[in-house]
Each structure stands twice: as structure tokens, then as C-alpha cells.
Design a protein around this ligand. Structure first.
Ligand SMILES: Nc1ncnc2c1ncn2[C@@H]1O[C@H](COP(=O)(O)OP(=O)(O)OP(=O)(O)O)[C@@H](O)[C@H]1O
Length: 530
């Protein structure tokens, strides 16, 4: 039976926002988690992280503008609010908009002022911040009295905060240990560090190593169990229906049970990679502008793609995490890759060169660039598959350095750019505070198409519309190229980017995955770091 009042969670959430210390925030969250009944944990734990259990509710920003007068007395419980949101999310068919509004109105009218603030924050996504999810992992560990490491590990393989919270609070460390790789359930992908040269990369991984071509497409994790095939993105969103050609390719493989890690990319007629925008437009939830597709392809693939429109993607795999009943995540790279080569046709494998030293690695890097690829990823054959980690076992090298930053605000353009949101205020993530530190501004690199797209996008996530500057929720990640990092008293982080320019918007990354201020500071020339 649900017993916790919704007001209690709303109060906790408000108190967490008002508190600055991490320890104090965790303590508040842990207290709220402890009070929840097991049945209330999936909804309640999600809310504390700013997330709704129902990912899509159909409730738009506009319908949250005019709130009914708040209730004087709190009557809502965790269970009743969760049930009400379920009902709102289930509305469909003719007349659904009016019906959804009526249900939303009824819920808001039953809420006190503090509860309304919480509901608006949840529906609008304003409470959804990567940092909150990180805090919540700590809070779950504290509330369930289990080691933080056990919670983090379970999170990486399960990829689902709510399931992990339920297990920890209900069954403790033993239940958490039960989280293994399960075919059909995505796990956090292993990530790569970066190095300025292949020689540096090789120093990090050790030699011998393999040098993989780094394809500039979208990360895909493909799960197959018999005829069931599911494709997930880097952020663990399922995109199966949008990539029939990937599903078709995996269906031809002989293995019955597979978990594959790879990259999907659009190719031109000669087999060279298309620009990232064209690949990403196929899989993004919100699509950034893309150039019209013009790829000649085989009829079967074309037929599959015709249902989704746009560029045809080709999958290339570089890792195998499960094969016919056997988990491989803890096996060294060389064993996983040998199994991969046995399970997948050669034309579906990422280009890979075994190297024993910097000369061979450098040659592989040059060859990858000559083939139009983005760079390489140097990998240690001894390392296990470290889900969710950015360790030294995988090191990427690109000829051009970029940072993934978060847009904090945008300025209205002038002259030719009048009427468009143009100059972007860029922030790096600050893990110490869970906030963002401004590093500079740029309006360079923006095409008319991007200007149009970003004006609409940023107005939809605006929190304050000034005459000159529009402040936005810190959600949109943008990849920025620059010529260097310099010490600057103008900006709060003490550093600024030289000649920053937009490369592209990254819809496959959340703000919680943006580059940190520490990573930016590390790029300052040694003489400037003092
Ligand atoms: N052969 C490969 N091995 C591993 N990752 C690859 C390979 N080819 C392309 N990639 C892509 O490179 C990424 C590795 O870099 P990283 O873990 O830093 O992710 P990222 O921040 O998305 O990187 P980037 O912005 O450089 O693509 C993977 O997420 C994957 O999408």
C-alpha cells in the first residue's frame, strides 16, 4: 500500500535544490528513499532524480503555463500521483489532447503549491539533470546500506536507476550482485579516453595493441535472442524500428544469442563515410538538420530504409559481449574479438590493425584518415569490457580536437541574423557542483539551417526570455572545435576557448556526459597552468 505523501517528495526535492553540499543532498535523498514502500520506489526514486517512470506523457510545455489555483490541503500520495500520470500517458486517439489536458488539470488542481512546482518540474523535464541521477546512486547506497560500488556496477549493467533502487532497497547487496548482463537489456557502453597522438595512445594502452578505425556514426548496441532483435543507442534508447537495415544484417548471422557493440554509419556510393549529420538524422530523437539523402544502395536495403526515410546505415561491429549463452564482458579483448570474428561476417567488422609499436600504429592512423574516417581508437587486448567506464584501455585519436559543451543561453542575432537565436553561451560541466561553468560564446560555424533549427529548439527549452539573451535549460550538447585554451579572468572558470566554432549538435549525448571544466583546464599550455 502506498503511504508516502507526494508532498514529502516535493519537499525533499526542493530542499535538495536549495542545499549546496553534496553530502547534505545525498543525506536528504537517502532519507526520502528510506521512507518509501517497495511498491513506491520505482516512481518515487525516479522523481527524486527528476525522471518520470512514464518516459512519454504527451504533456507539452504550453499546457503547464496556466496552473489552476493550488489545493490548500495536501491529499496526494506517491501511488495516486503515479496512477494519475499513468492515465495521462495512456490517452490516445481522437480528442486525446482535450482529454489529456483535463486529466492534467485535475491532477494539478488537487496539488498544493509545492506539489504543483514538483509536477511542473517533472513534466517539463526541468528537474531532470544528470547530476541528480549521480546523487541518487549515492543516496540509494546510503539508504540501503550497501557499498556505492555495488550500486554503480548494477547501474552500468542494468542501465535502469529504478530497477537498481528497488533491488538495493528490497534485497540489499545480494540482490545487486544478481544484476548481470541480460540479453535484451542494454548496458552502459565502454567509452574511450582521448590522446593527441597515436604514440601517446599507445603509451596509455601498452603494446601490442589494436588500432580500430573510428567511424563517425552512431554507437549501436544490438541484442539478439532468436528472432527478437533490439538496437539501442549510446544513451540506451531503443531505436530498433528506425534502423531496419541493422536488424536485417544481424538477422543473417548464425548465432542465436548475441550482444554486439558497434557503430552505424551512412556511406556514399564509393563506400566513403557520409557526414555525421546525415547518419545522425536517421536515429536522433530530435533531428538536427541534414542534407538530403542521395545514397545509391542495394534494393533490399533500400526497401527496408524506405519505411524510415533518409540515409541508409551500415552497421560495423567492434565488440561482442555475449555469444550463445556465454557472457564475454569479463573476458580480455583478444578473446572477445576472436569470438566476434567467428560470429560476424568480415564485411560487418570495423577495420582493425594489430600493431606492436608506434610506427605501425601511426601508419594505421594515416590510412584511416585517408579513407575519410574520423580517426582511430587504440585498444588494449588485455582489458575486459568496462561498461560505462572511460579508462585507458580504449584511447581515441582524432586529427582535430573538439569539446562537447552545453548551451547555457543564446543571444538574439542582429543584422542578417535578426530574428534568429545566434550567439551561443557555452558551458563545461562542473562535477564538483553538478552545475556548468561558462567558457565563452560563439556564433561561428552556424549555417542558416542550423540557425533555424536552434532558434526553435532553444525557444522550446527557454527558462528566461530576455530582450537580448534567452536563458535555456542546460540540456543541449554541442560539439565545439577551437584553436586552444587560454587563461581568462573574464570567465568564472578562469579559462576561455580561442576561436570556438560549432561543429554540430550532439543529440546522442546528455548534458551529464558533456566535457568537464577539469578536462578543459588540462588543455591549457603547461606554461599557463602555473
Ligand atoms: N572502432 C571503434 N571502437 C570504439 N568506438 C568507436 C569506434 N568507431 C567509432 N566509435 C565511436 O567512438 C566513441 C568513442 O569515443 P567516446 O567514448 O569518447 O564517445 P564520444 O564522446 O561519443 O566520442 P566522440 O565524440 O569522439 O565520437 C564511441 O562511443 C563510438 O560511438
Amino acid at each position: 500500500m502506498g503511504t508516502v505523501r507526494f508532498l514529502d517528495l516535493a519537499a525533499t526535492s526542493a530542499a535538495v535544490s536549495a542545499t549546496s553540499g553534496r553530502r547534505a543532498k545525498v543525506e536528504l535523498l537517502a532519507g526520502a528513499l528510506r521512507a518509501l514502500d517497495p511498491a513506491e520506489v520505482p516512481a518515487g526514486a525516479g522523481w527524486l532524480a527528476g525522471e518520470l517512470r512514464q518516459r512519454q506523457t504527451g504533456v507539452g510545455w504550453a499546457s503547464l503555463r496556466d496552473l489552476p489555483p493550488p489545493a490548500g490541503v495536501p491529499t496526494l500520495t506517491v501511488a495516486s500521483v503515479d496512477a494519475a500520470i499513468d492515465e495521462i500517458a495512456a490517452v490516445h486517439g481522437p480528442g486525446s489532447q482535450a482529454r489529456r489536458r483535463a486529466l492534467l488539470h485535475a491532477l494539478l488542481a488537487a496539488a498544493t503549491a509545492a506539489e504543483q512546482r514538483m509536477l511542473v518540474g517533472l513534466f517539463s523535464g526541468e528537474l531532470r539533470q544528470g547530476a541528480q541521477a549521480g546523487l541518487l546512486a549515492d543516496a540509494v547506497a546510503r539508504a540501503a546500506d550497501v557499498p556505492l560500488g555495488a550500486v554503480r556496477r548494477a547501474l552500468l549493467v542494468a542501465g535502469d536507476l529504478r530497477a537498481v533502487a528497488v533491488a538495493a532497497l528490497d534485497g540489499g547487496a545480494a540482490a545487486l550482485a544478481g544484476f548481470g548482463l541480460r540479453v535484451g537489456r542494454p548496458l552502459a557502453p565502454m567509452l574511450a579516453q582521448s590522446a593527441p597522438t597515436v604514440a601517446d595512445a599507445l603509451t596509455a594502452t601498452g603494446a601490442p595493441a589494436v588500432v580500430d578505425v573510428k567511424l563517425d556514426g552512431i554507437r549501436i548496441q544490438v541484442h539478439r535472442s532468436g528472432s527478437d532483435i533490439a538496437v539501442f543507442t549510446r544513451s540506451l534508447d531503443e531505436i530498433t524500428a528506425r534502423v531496419p537495415e541493422v536488424v536485417a544484417a544481424v538477422r543473417t548471422l548464425p548465432a542465436r544469442e548475441l550482444v554486439l557493440d558497434g557503430e552505424a554509419i551512412g556511406l556514399d556510393a564509393t563506400g566513403r563515410p557520409l557526414p555525421f549529420q546525415e547518419t545522425s538524422s536517421r536515429a536522433a530523437r530530435r533531428t538536427t538538420p541534414s542534407v538530403a539523402a542521395r545514397t545509391p544502395v542495394a534494393p533490399a536495403v533500400l526497401a527496408a530504409a524506405a519505411t524510415t526515410g533518409g540515409t541508409v546505415l551500415t552497421p560495423y561491429f567492434f565488440d561482442l559481449l555475449h555469444l550463445d549463452g556465454e557472457d564475454l564482458i569479463d573476458a580480455p579483448g583478444r578473446d572477445r574479438w576472436a569470438a566476434l570474428a567467428g560470429a560476424v561476417d568480415a564485411e560487418l567488422l570495423v577495420g582493425r590493425t594489430e600493431v606492436d609499436g608506434p610506427e605501425a600504429a601511426s601508419a594505421a592512423f594515416t590510412a584511416a584518415l585517408a579513407a575519410g574516417q574520423e580517426g582511430v581508437v587504440v585498444k588494449s587486448p588485455d582489458a575486459r569490457y568496462d561498461a560505462g567506464r572511460r579508462g585507458a584501455a580504449w584511447v581515441k585519436v582524432k586529427p582535430r580536437h573538439t569539446l562537447d559543451l552545453v548551451v547555457l543561453a543564446v543571444e538574439w542575432g542582429s543584422g542578417r541574423r535578426r530574428g534568429w537565436l545566434s550567439n551561443l553561451h557555452l558551458g563545461a560541466r562542473d562535477p564538483a557542483t553538478g552545475g556548468f561553468v561558462m567558457l565563452g560564446k560563439t556564433f561561428k560555424g552556424l549555417t542558416d539551417e542550423l540557425l533555424r533549427w536552434q532558434t526553435e529548439r532553444f525557444l522550446s527549452i527557454a527558462v528566461e526570455r530576455g530582450e537580448h539573451v534567452v536563458r535555456v535549460r542546460p540540456e543541449q550538447v554541442v560539439e565545439i572545435a577551437f584553436d586552444g585554451v587560454q587563461t581568462s579572468p573574464r570567465y568564472p572558470g578562469g579559462v576561455a576557448l580561442r576561436f570556438a566554432r560549432v561543429v554540430r549538435y550532439r543529440d546522442d549525448k546528455s548534458a551529464a556526459e558533456a566535457d568537464t571544466i577539469n578536462a578543459v583546464r588540462a588543455l591549457r599550455p603547461a606554461s599557463a597552468t602555473g
